[in-house]
Design a protein around this ligand. Structure first.
Ligand code: NAG
Ligand code: NAG
Ligand code: NAG
Ligand code: NAG
Ligand code: NAG
Ligand code: NAG
Ligand code: NAG
Length: 335
């Protein structure tokens, strides 16, 4: 029995089928050997999640059951009767599924290069579902950021609630297209929180590291059917480059520095509070070196002085004295 089990694990390290499953605390190595798929508990949490990480668990890039944690170590990942890839709890209940409907053929799951977990038809190899196209908080090389200009349907990143809770937090990020200008927005609930500069057909302006030599830029573009599909690939000489929306609402670029042998956050969307969208409101300027950081333009005063003194500057500023023409208009309309 033990021999068979070992044999099975060693022949098909990157494959899951209906009879070959992984259970806590097993892990599966991706084809290239650089990513792992398995069970983990975030720091300060005893919940068990099925996730994908690069080399160490601290570089988690994907979680299956983010909203439905396992409370013990009886979880299993396997191909279910309906052909989907599922996570089962100890009571054999499905707590997560790849959710592909009407699967007609036998299926297999493989863990491919770049941490891409795929569900495919066993005989044809036809891909039915792949994790890289269902990003959660992390953008990986090859994730196709699609956006339909007609329906507005698009891929949205959703932050973790906290570093110890991968369930959906309050921040989200996505591309926004308006009058042919494409930008990335981060939202806090429904409020804009940050925006990038426009996409120039290659990179996002205002993300200065995208003009660095190690970033090759985005490929893809308008597919001719009203969809914009862009993605980046891993540049030569780099092993790992991701964009992650953290639970504080910051979009971080993280890469592996092979010379220093460490992960580095090479860029972050929020270098200071002045990067927060509309933090000072209208007719005000922001300086991260001033206290408070917001100040009204010359000739303007806070619209709401109580809120302003509470460091809530979003109301912005208004003119201290009305413009000559405003006075004239009011005079003529009231007389
Ligand atoms: C896997 O990692 C090694 C060493 O870090 C690297 O040389 C190789 O290119 C990586 N493979 C892929 C497909 O990224
Ligand atoms: C764990 O979860 C299962 C089902 O989701 C539930 O029946 C069980 O009571 C839970 N155990 C604990 C210790 O919370
Ligand atoms: C799968 O579909 C069910 C019902 O449509 C839905 O409740 C569930 O959230 C979906 N799961 C995932 C992982 O998308
Ligand atoms: C799926 O595999 C089983 C066992 O190998 C086989 O009996 C069955 O015919 C297959 N089903 C399809 C739809 O290929
Ligand atoms: C875990 O808990 C310790 C002690 O309360 C705290 O210092 C640390 O920041 C926590 N880590 C996370 C990721 O929440
Ligand atoms: C900030 O002030 C504005 C009015 O200037 C108000 O609408 C908003 O609710 C305030 N926000 C908070 C967080 O208090
Ligand atoms: C002028 O009239 C408009 C509209 O009635 C009003 O909102 C504004 O406060 C007035 N301005 C002054 C200086 O009275």
């Amino acid at each position: 029995m033990l021999f068979l089990y070992l044999l099975q694990v060693s022949i098909a390290l990157d494959t899951i089928t209906s009879s070959q499953f992984i259970k806590d605390p097993d892990t599966l190595l991706s084809k290239d050997g650089n990513y792992s798929l398995g069970f983990f508990s975030p720091e300060n949490s005893t919940n068990r999640y099925v996730g994908i990480w690069w080399k160490s668990r601290s570089t988690n890039v994907w979680v299956a059951n983010r909203n439905k944690p396992l409370n013990d170590s009886n979880g299993i990942v396997k191909i279910f009767e309906d052909g989907n890839l599922v996570v089962l709890n100890g009571q054999k209940q499905v707590i997560w599924s790849s959710n592909v409907s009407n699967i007609a053929s036998n299926t297999t799951s493989q863990f491919l290069d770049f941490g891409n977990l795929v569900l495919m038809e066993s005989t044809t190899g036809n891909i039915l579902w792949q994790s890289i196209q269902h990003p959660l908080d992390t953008l990986l090389p090859g994730t196709k950021l699609s956006m339909s200009k007609r329906t507005g349907e698009k891929i949205i990143l959703g932050s973790w609630k906290s570093p110890s809770d991968p369930s959906v937090g309050s921040f989200s990020a996505s591309f926004v297209e308006s009058r042919n200008i494409i930008q990335v927005f981060i939202w806090n609930e429904n409020q804009p929180y940050w925006r990038s500069g426009p996409y120039n057909g290659r990179v996002l302006t205002r993300i200065d590291t995208m003009t660095a030599t190690y970033f090759k830029g985005f490929e893809g573009g308008d597919d001719g059917n009203g969809n914009i599909i862009i993605y980046y690939t891993i540049p030569d000489g780099l092993d790992f480059l991701i964009y992650n929306l953290n639970s504080q609402g910051n979009l971080d670029e993280t890469l592996w520095d092979d010379k220093k042998k460490e992960l580095q956050v090479t860029w972050t969307s929020r270098k200071s509070d002045c990067d927060v969208y509309g933090i000072c409101g209208a007719f005000a300027s922001c300086s991260s070196l001033s206290i408070p950081i917001c100040s009204c333009l010359k000739g303007f005063e806070p619209r709401n002085i109580q809120e302003w003194n509470r460091n809530n500057w979003t109301g912005g500023c208004v003119r201290r004295t009305p413009l000559q023409c405003e006075r004239v208009i009011n005079k003529t309309t009231t007389t």
